[in-house]
Design a binder for this molecule. Structure first.
Ligand SMILES: Nc1nc2c(ncn2[C@@H]2O[C@H](COP(=O)(O)OP(=O)(O)OP(=O)(O)O)[C@@H](O)[C@H]2O)c(=O)[nH]1
Ligand SMILES: [Mg+2]
Length: 217
């Protein structure tokens, strides 16, 4: 083709979807007396729906991981995935089920019970993982300025889906700990201390704590 025949405008290349976000809401809610934590009302909306709304602008596609009340979760408008291994094996079981459903190279899990997680969580974790050449990135937070101990928040976990087989092996061995697996895979820890917002990663475990938060408005 001669230069004269070339089209003047090339259409923009379609953006490749890189990242699926999964809200983990598949726990037993034992500290809530067995209530389905993700469906408990936070400021007028189910906790898991609040998390989904915070996650959606950060990622290319979303899923919800749930094990009970699936028709209710389905009303949130994104696919709902049930754990593929039985027995409420913990957040990694939700991650595995989400990994099996998602079609992007990266997956970010978030719990349903942290109402105010950072709006730049996905972007910063993805950037950190890519620049470190790591397949996992996990945020860390300190409890205050004097605290030297940055604690990982491993239910927030950015993971590359090429770790599927490794995750299957870990769970098949009866292992359940997110950080145990993540460290073994060379996880990149990403500091997320936000001086103006120390509660960004605060989670809710009891109905009393949720009621207190709802009363604060
Ligand atoms: N898919 C899935 N998610 C889980 C499982 N266990 C916990 N989670 C999710 O992981 C996140 C952190 O778990 P927890 O805060 O311990 O919630 P929980 O397990 O429902 O509550 P407790 O029974 O009181 O520990 C929450 O968003 C849970 O919904 C599980 O077995 N499967
Ligand atoms: Mg639990």
């Amino acid at each position: 083709m001669s230069a004269a025949d070339e089209p003047l405008h090339h259409p923009p290349a379609p953006r490749t979807a890189a990242l699926t976000g999964a809200v983990l809401a598949g726990g037993q809610g034992r500290r809530m007396g067995g209530a389905d934590k993700g469906l408990q009302p936070y400021r007028g909306q189910p906790l898991a729906f609040n998390a989904l709304q915070r996650l959606q602008p950060q990622v290319d596609a979303c899923l919800i991981s749930a094990n009970r009340h699936l028709p209710t979760y389905e009303t949130f408008g994104v696919p709902v995935v049930q754990d593929s291994i039985a027995g409420f094996a913990g957040p990694l079981a939700g991650m595995l089920a989400a990994m099996e459903r998602c079609t992007t190279p990266w997956l970010l899990t978030v719990p349903c019970d942290v109402p105010a997680f950072p709006p730049d969580l996905a972007a910063r974790l993805l950037q950190a993982a890519r620049s470190a050449g790591a397949d996992i990135a996990i945020p860390t937070v300190r409890s205050g300025p004097g605290d030297d101990d940055a604690r990982p928040q491993p239910v927030f976990c950015l993971v590359h889906t090429r770790l599927h087989a490794s995750l299957c092996d870990w769970l098949a061995r009866g292992e359940r700990r997110v950080m145990g697996w993540a460290r073994q895979q060379g996880a990149q820890l990403v500091p997320f201390d936000q001086p103006g917002d120390p509660a960004a990663f605060a989670n809710i475990n009891t109905l009393e704590a949720l009621a207190a938060l709802n009363d604060q408005r």
